[in-house]
Design a protein around this ligand. Structure first.
Ligand code: NOJ
Length: 530
């Protein structure tokens, strides 16, 4: 018998960027009633949970990652009633709902910050990170903002600087203040009491900064060209050891409820990332594993990363994999359409909880958006380099109609030129579409413990091939993925079986006997016989 597993261990998470999933009122921006209308789709696809990026009241300086009320709903997205209906509708279908929690910073429009900035002796002054200027008259230290420029903003009225890791409209909270902690835990309880099934915690590793506010060694220019989110790692002294106490406290809040999940957004090297599982598993249930987003699409590199991750996971630490999100270029643009199918097979057959990004199951790709037409307010703030997050945030493609079934109005970002062929309605009818492929793999994964919670065993492969086994007792699957464009032979003297799913052409039922010819850009899930 497999040990009992929780829903989020067996399940698949589907990320919704709420501005872009479905617009119900024709304003061109997605909303909660829109998500409710599409719940049927998620059940049909076979995912287990939807994670919705922030829907709270916000001036939208960072499209909701600047929260001005942690226990409300932005009118643009709907009402609290809509949220309650969404929760009820999802739960009726057996779908869980995960919200984004953004505890590191608030919006400058949050009443907490308004009070904090009102005077130096306001009781909320210490809720944020205020500092005097450096003796030389400049900012307190050399810390940089992820979104460009310095991380300190001068406040004329009170004659001090406040710290912001992101935009100046996103002042960082002082997590060393117990009242801040208690208030954020109250916000968590508010949603958990309403039935929310978990949180994805924004920049979990950034909650605490160096207590002494020491200068940070400057980043060598060559390194600073990498992704701005990764630059954060090097730009400020974060990932402080005491952050784990806070994560453990968050976990205690979650543990007062049944089967809720705590996920951390953490971009750190593996050794540091794994520390977020906490001592004896009292940290995050799943520190997001973004390795597949950052690494070259190379079979040997990925094989090494999977094996290293599997080998280093702490006792009881449940693995997870992420291929894309609202901050990174879409997988179909990173690796091409054909390999996107292979990547979906990888994501859905590796050991651990997969997080899918909306539209990736259709093969949606980045939509080029000129700097002049950019919507991401962050883009407008960055002068040095293009952050470019709009291309991966374009509206979900539901059908071939003028607004792609997303809106009856003008979509807030342009639709992809090929939305008439790449959309849910067309792909649902086409057994060879990427959507049908994803659904078949998901269906098999749901039916087979081996693929969801079974063991993982690496299998030797060379060149562009990647191979591994997933198994529970005698039920064994061999997954062979060709990460290259050329056909290859895979010699497997001990293996006999039949193909259950193939990414390129339908091969279901094809017998496999010791040697497999695997096409370029092809992936196979093979059920092995004893
Ligand atoms: C990470 C989020 O994913 C990103 O979209 C946001 O801009 C930053 N955190 C700041 O909250």
């Amino acid at each position: 018998m497999t040990e009992p597993h929780l829903w989020w261990q067996r399940g698949i998470i589907y990320q919704i960027y709420p501005r872009s999933l479905m617009d119900s009122n024709g304003d061109g921006i997605g909303d909660l009633p829109g998500i409710i209308r599409r719940l049927e789709y998620f059940s049909w696809l076979g995912v287990d949970a939807i994670w919705i990026s922030p829907i709270y009241p916000s001036p939208m300086a960072d499209f909701g990652y600047d929260v001005s009320d942690y226990t409300g709903i932005h009118p643009m997205f709907g009402t609290m009633d809509d949220m309650d209906h969404l929760l009820a509708g999802a739960h009726e279908r057996g779908l869980r709902v995960i919200l984004d929690l953004v505890p590191c910073h608030t919006s400058e429009a949050h009443p907490w910050f308004e009070q904090s900035r009102s005077s130096c002796d306001n009781p909320k002054r210490d809720w944020y990170l205020w500092r005097d200027s450096h003796p030389d008259g400049g900012p307190p230290n050399n810390w940089k903002s992820v979104f460009g420029g310095g991380a300190w903003e001068w406040d004329e009225r009170t004659g001090q600087y406040y710290y912001h890791a992101f935009l100046k409209q996103q002042p960082d909270l002082n997590w060393r203040n117990p009242q801040v902690r208690a208030s954020m835990y109250d916000a968590m309880k508010f949603w958990l009491d309403r039935g929310v099934d978990g949180f994805r915690v924004d920049v979990m590793w950034n909650l605490l900064k160096d207590e002494k506010f020491r200068d940070h060694p400057l980043i060598p220019p060559s390194r600073s060209e990498q992704s701005p989110l990764l630059t954060l790692l090097e730009a400020i002294p974060i990932d402080q050891p005491e952050v784990h106490e806070i994560v453990a406290e968050m976990r205690q809040v979650m543990d007062r409820y049944r089967e809720r999940v705590l996920i951390g957004e953490i971009y750190l090297p593996l050794e540091k990332l794994l520390a977020y599982y906490g001592i004896d598993g009292c940290g995050a249930h799943m520190p997001f594993n973004f390795q597949l987003i950052g690494m070259p699409w190379d079979a040997r590199v990925i094989e090494a990363a999977i094996n290293r991750y599997e080998g280093m996971l702490p006792e009881g630490g449940w693995p997870n994999w992420v291929l894309g999100n609202h901050d990174n270029s879409r997988i179909a643009s990173r690796v091409g359409q054909a390999q996107a199918r292979v990547s979906a097979m990888m994501l859905l057959t590796l050991r651990g909880t997969p997080t899918m990004y909306y539209g990736d199951e259709l093969g949606m790709h980045d939509v080029p958006i000129t700097r002049e037409n950019s919507q991401d307010p962050v883009e407008k703030n960055i002068t040095e380099a293009s952050f470019g997050r709009d291309p991966e945030r374009t509206p979900m493609q539901w059908n071939s109609g003028p607004g792609a079934g997303f809106t009856t109005g003008e979509p807030w970002l342009p639709l992809a030129d090929d939305h008439q062929v790449l959309n849910v309605e067309v792909e649902r009818k086409d057994p060879d579409s990427m959507l049908s492929l994803c659904r078949r793999i998901i269906e098999l994964r749901r039916a087979e413990d081996a693929l969801s919670v079974g063991n993982y065993a690496p299998v030797r492969a060379t060149g562009d091939l990647l191979a591994y086994i997933r198994e529970v007792k005698s039920r064994r699957f061999l997954i062979v993925l060709n990460l290259g464009h050329h056909a290859a032979n895979y010699e497997c003297p001990d293996f006999k079986g039949r193909v259950m799913v193939a990414t390129r052409i339908r091969k279901e039922g094809f017998p496999v006997d010791r040697r497999i010819e695997i096409g370029g850009d092809e992936g196979l899930v093979i059920l092995l016989e004893d």
